[in-house]
Design a binder for this molecule. Structure first.
Ligand code: 5GP
Ligand code: MG
Length: 172
């Protein structure tokens, strides 16, 4: 079904994204060794394109898993709690974990998710976000770009499930 929505402008081209992803992949690869048993956890669905490109540029041994986080219903939304619809199967104990997010906006998702994962005793837990709107104080170890405070789609980001497949990021 076609969407009657116009993309206003391309914010990050496919080439810009690929270049930045290569840099981050090199940074992360340099921060770990095989002994860290690195586990990259993508937050679905938005991170799937970024994570797929990222891990293919990485040179340190790693495993990949995902979580699906869902906000509670409207009544409980103010608590900022998220529920896990799918959770990582492997134990995190003693492992280096990098949580991969598409975009940080209010930070609600990460603020809820991080303590849940930390409770499982990973040796370390870092955040890698492709985009950061800088509307809140949350400082991931790796950030791709400081994003404009506009609604963005593409490269995993959706509007009602559309546009995730675009190889670039655009604003509506
Ligand atoms: P937060 O929990 O930080 O408020 O929100 C993070 C999530 O909100 C992201 O993972 C993403 O799913 C969604 N989000 C935030 N900003 C945007 C945006 O500009 N475009 C899209 N498509 N999703 C966004
Ligand atoms: Mg998301």
């Amino acid at each position: 079904m076609p969407v009657a929505v116009e993309l206003r402008r391309i914010v990050y081209t496919a080439e810009q994204l690929q270049a930045r992803v290569r840099e981050i992949a090199a940074d992360i690869s340099g921060a770990y060794t095989a002994e860290d048993r690195l586990l990259m956890i993508g937050i679905l669905k938005g991170s799937f394109v970024f994570l797929a490109d990222l891990v293919r540029q990485m040179t340190v041994p790693l495993d990949v898993d995902f979580v699906i986080a869902s906000s509670y219903g409207a009544g409980k939304a103010s608590t900022g709690e998220v529920r896990l619809l799918y959770d990582v199967a492997a134990p995190l104990e003693g492992r280096a974990v990098v949580l991969v997010e598409d975009i940080v906006d209010s930070g609600t998702t990460l603020r809820s998710l991080v303590p849940k994962l930390r409770a499982r005793g990973p040796a370390s837990l870092e955040i890698c976000a492709l985009l950061h709107k800088r509307t809140i104080e949350l400082d991931p170890r790796w950030v791709g770009f400081d994003a404009p405070n506009e609604f963005l789609v593409g490269y995993g980001l959706d509007l009602a499930e559309h546009f995730r497949h675009l190889p670039y990021v655009a604003s509506l």
